[in-house]
Design a protein. Structure first.
Lengths: 301, 326
């Protein structure tokens, strides 16, 4: 058997054993091309991260060296004034904390609501569940704008405008629409024997949920929890519905409002963007596997 | 009517073939108690989604400046006005461009990237290289949209932007204001959207390819089928379910798109990048035309649901045809 395909030495087509001729020729043909294709893939990858690279490069330049050397010149010094300026201008720790607690609670409530509802639909098989799933599916498709003004007036009436709780509640429920749809299909395939055994033992539905169902679907739940955390962390609803006072803003809102500020120089803006990206990046690196699994779980039910 | 009819809508229906009408002995006595579990989610959905949706419909039948201003019933006048509103039509026309940028281009590029990464890089160079490249392509997907807004606004900026600095250093004397000229803003926004979107289909297609049995490829290879023929005859049909899911979810996302427009152009210049959701927002909080904005949002909802139903039924038909073909 030829080793040319597995060898990492990259030696292109070398004379080969005469057996399985047609096959090896194809492989060798590919072997010559694979480096070209890899090179193309890498060029494309560089193109994809070019904006990130530009951002990092210019976050550590002083405004003076930016205006004299332009965006492509490598920084000659490590200028951290931009980071400090952004940190102080936005009062970053406050925004960070707001982002953390709102995203965490939205994720937690979202998953909890999804689990309870999906339990009723998938395990309880309540009557008319098809219609219930349909409602959740439709809720999932609604554009946020169709809820925007009513939610805005409702939030004002109960005093939740300019409060992180608006984010928690709205995101938790919107995400629960998706989570219910996904989990209901997972729980629909739940092994019947387990449920029946538990029921014969006289377990209440509450105990079945937490001692039979929960341990088994926990991997799926953790994927949901992660993606439910990322979404409120990264995205924002239309501003007036989201809190916009300095004490209650989250990182993305602070950043979006900062953008219109013409007073800020390029390095400060880049430093701010970099700083706001870091938590997401760390999060992504830690949970990369789980997240990729989550993306796929959403696609192939 | 039986609730057990298999349906694309009911995800629980598929795997319950043996339930039938047999009175299973160990069956739980009543499912009524499960309604309690539906309660929290049901209430939440009602308060945050169903009631606001109904209120929005109600608003759309009124002329209302918002807040404490009086609401005046005008029936379907808002909808009639929409029909002769250029900005409204422009926004939906731009939605088609959003579909190009968020669905068509990323899906096509994603299929090719996934096949190349999985087939060529993964098999001939190493799976670690392939997953590293995949992670790089996916990176823009995890980027907070506000950060993307800042970075791309700066890249496209006419005076201090990176793109124009590069162009100037290449000798272009008067590079354009990318986000500030009506003819250029839409393509610029589309480039950003393609950049954001590409990772999603790539990741999904790559995991789809892992599902395809390698024997299929080996058999085709022995039969002398080249890479392109194997791609056409095996890869494309095998990953069709994922293609449908991506088309459905991304088309809905493209019709809904708001935040990228908000952080990049705010619908401008001269409404050249206006999309329905941003037009709604503009009517609500800029023009104080609540009823009118509500009508735009309602039409958008209607369009999304129709598009989703059409895509779903196309998928159902394709699946049926495939089953009959076998």
């Amino acid at each position: 058997m030829t080793t040319a395909t597995t060898g990492a030495t990259g030696a292109p087509a070398r004379p080969d054993t005469p057996r399985v001729v047609g096959r090896t020729r194809d492989r060798h043909h590919r072997g010559a091309w694979r480096w070209v294709i890899l090179a193309l893939c890498i060029v494309f990858a560089i193109g994809m991260i070019a904006p990130f690279l530009l951002m990092v490069m210019n976050a550590f330049k002083s405004p003076a060296s930016y205006s004299s050397g332009g965006p492509l010149q490598l920084p000659t010094e490590l200028y951290t004034e931009g980071l400090v300026k952004f940190w102080n201008a936005t009062n970053f720790p406050v925004k960070l904390w707001n982002s953390i607690w709102t995203s965490a609670l939205a994720a937690l409530f979202g998953v909890l609501l999804s689990l309870l509802t999906a339990f009723a639909i998938g395990v309880g098989r309540i009557r008319g569940r098809m219609w219930i799933v349909l409602v959740f599916l439709l809720a999932n498709m609604l554009p946020q704008e169709v809820l925007l003004y009513p939610l805005y007036t409702m939030a004002q009436q109960v005093g939740l405008n300019n409060s992180g709780w608006a984010i928690v509640i709205i995101f938790a429920v919107i995400q629960c629409a998706f989570g219910t749809y996904l989990l209901a299909s997972v729980l629909g395939t739940f092994p019947k024997a387990l449920l029946e055994a538990a029921a014969l033992d006289g377990a209440t539905t509450w105990r079945i949920l937490w001692q039979v169902v929960y341990p088994i679907v926990r991997p799926t739940l953790s994927v949901l929890l992660l993606s439910f955390f990322i979404r409120p962390w990264n995205e924002f609803l239309s501003p007036p519905v989201m809190p916009t006072t300095p004490d209650s803003e989250t990182v993305p809102i602070a950043l979006a409002s900062l953008q219109g500020d013409r007073m800020l120089d390029v390095p400060t803006l880049n430093a701010g963007a970099l700083l706001s990206l870091l938590p997401t990046l760390v999060f992504f690196l830690i949970f990369q596997r789980t997240l990729t699994r989550g993306v796929t779980a959403g696609a192939v039910k | 009517m039986s609730n057990d009819a298999p349906s694309i809508i009911d995800p629980t229906a598929a795997p319950a073939p043996s339930r039938g009408r047999a009175p299973t002995p160990g069956r739980r006595p009543s499912t009524r108690v499960y309604w309690l579990y539906l309660l929290p989610g049901g209430i939440a959905l009602t308060v945050v989604i169903i009631v606001p949706f109904a209120m929005n419909l109600w608003y759309s039948l009124h002329k209302w400046k918002g807040g404490l201003a009086p609401m005046r019933w005008i029936g379907f006048d808002n909808y009639v006005d929409l029909m002769s509103d250029d900005a409204f039509w422009r926004s939906f026309q731009n939605s088609l461009w959003m579909i190009v940028a968020m669905v068509i281009v990323p899906t096509l590029v994603g299929i090719v990237l996934a096949a190349v990464l999985f087939d060529v890089v993964g098999k001939n160079i190493g799976t670690r290289t392939a997953s590293f490249l995949r992670a790089v392509y996916y990176l823009p997907q995890i980027l907070p949209i506000a950060v993307a807004g800042i970075v791309w606004n700066w890249i496209f900026n006419a005076e201090t932007g990176a793109l124009n600095e590069i162009l100037r250093s290449l000798g272009v004397t008067d590079p354009p204001n990318w986000l500030g000229v009506p003819g250029l803003a839409l393509p610029a926004v589309m480039i950003v959207l393609v950049w954001i979107q590409i990772g999603y289909p790539t990741v999904i297609f790559m995991s789809a390819l892992q599902r395809v049995a390698p024997e299929l490829y080996e058999a085709a290879e022995i039969d002398g089928a080249g890479w392109y023929r194997r791609f056409r005859a095996i890869t494309i049909p095998q990953i069709r379910p994922e293609t449908f899911v991506i088309t459905l979810t991304c088309t809905i996302a493209a019709l809904k798109v708001f935040a990228p427009i908000y952080v990049l152009t705010r619908g401008g210049p001269e409404g050249s990048t206006l999309v329905p959701s941003y037009y709604t927002f503009l009517n609500f909080f800029d023009k104080s035309k609540i009823g009118y904005g509500a009508a735009v949002a309602t039409v958008l909802t209607f369009v999304i649901i129709v598009v989703a139903v059409v895509i779903q039924s196309l998928q159902a038909r394709a699946e049926r045809r495939e089953e009959e073909g076998r």
